[in-house]
Ligand binder design. Sequence first.
Ligand SMILES: [Zn+2]
Length: 69
Amino acid sequence: MIDPYTLRLNCRCALCIDELSGALLIKKEEIDREVFPSKIEEKGNYAVAVVWSDGHKSSIYPYKRLTSP
Ligand SMILES: [Zn+2]
């Protein structure tokens, strides 16, 4: 399991990553070091949706991304 901060930084939703360029839209220094998932919801049997303590709620992670960054 990778740590929540790293996982938050690696969010691939449209708010965090520019879909066309793949550029990171969030700034590392703007992410709280102590960020944690406030809610985790299963999406089918391949992914989880995460609501973060900082209010970000469009994160979806395939299970395999939870174990390897
Ligand atoms: Zn995101």
